[in-house]
Design a protein around this ligand. Structure first.
Ligand code: OAD
Length: 249
């Protein structure tokens, strides 16, 4: 493992690569001002996931759950993508195959201009009808009605996000594992790498021969398996790698 934080060999690795995957977590949006989940001021330090982010919690008190999502939407709405998001959006244009797999629901990768995104845990700006299953975009902030109801059938709407105890979309998950097992480099950015099945994607990529490049403020359970490990902010390290990548070789 190279923990020297040396940009040059990673830029060189990327320069040779045709198929690249980036797996992102809450850390990439931290510099935009969105709280992470497990850090010192992380959401799960101050809120109990089982009271807010489970199907059981929603059945028991949909208003409470929607108030929490309304609060989170209010934090995210005015926020702008940071240089880390922007570099990943640019890389989609320069690599022959570049896939962004994110655990984030904040929509900031879209806002930065990425188009090829697999959202493992859904999107906070989408709602799903609990009866019909229809998914709609909704950017209202604050919400006019809490809890909101389906305009077509009147049933409760829920956030189109994955809660604890729920399965991820099989299609998105399958695609994520296929692309990870086909890539030459997987960048793992700003994730504590403890939530499954996302945490298994880098390992399945490595088993199939990919190099793992990790960018994180702190070591994670994935760090021992990373070929290159950067300790620092993704909003600073990604632009440095990008700068070297642009350099004429
Ligand atoms: P976590 O909050 O668990 O981890 C965030 C990671 O980002 C930590 O390892 C931090 O060290 C790192 N980090 C923080 N700021 C950073 C920065 N500026 N640059 C680089 N790294 C930084 O978030 P996730 O791993 O995304 O799931 O959490 C995974 C899932 O757990 C979430 O999608 C969510 C949560 O429960 C659901 O809600 C289903």
């Amino acid at each position: 493992m190279n923990e020297s934080g040396d940009i040059v060999p990673v830029a060189e690795l990327l320069r040779q690569a045709k198929k690249v995957v980036a797996l992102t977590g809450a850390g990439i949006s931290a510099e935009s001002g969105i709280p992470t989940f497990r850090g010192k001021d992380g959401l799960w330090k101050n809120y109990r996931a089982e009271e807010l982010a489970t199907p059981y919690a929603f059945d028991r008190d949909p208003t409470l759950v929607w108030e929490w999502y309304n609060w989170r939407r209010g934090i995210i709405a005015p926020v702008e993508p940071n240089p880390g998001h922007k570099v990943l959006a640019r890389w989609e244009k320069i690599f022959p195959e570049f896939t962004l797999i994110t655990q984030n629901i904040d929509g900031l990768h879209w806002k930065a201009g990425s188009k090829n995104i697999l959202e493992l845990h859904g999107n906070i700006w989408k709602m799903r009808c609990t009866e019909e299953g229809t998914i709609t975009d909704n950017h209202e902030s604050p919400l006019k009605e809490i809890p909101p109801h389906c305009p077509s059938c009147g049933a409760l709407l829920r956030p189109h996000v994955v809660w604890f105890g729920e399965s991820l979309s099989p299609l998105i998950l399958q695609r994520s594992f296929i692309l990870s097992s086909q890539c030459e480099v997987i960048l793992v950015i700003g994730t504590s790498a403890v939530v499954q099945p996302a945490a298994s994607l880098p390992l399945s990529a490595a088993e199939a021969g990919a190099k793992i490049v990790e960018i994180n403020l702190d070591p994670t359970p994935l760090t021992p398996y990373a070929d290159f490990s950067f300790r620092g902010k993704s909003g600073e390290i990604l632009p440095l790698i990008d700068k070297d990548l642009r350099r004429e070789s």
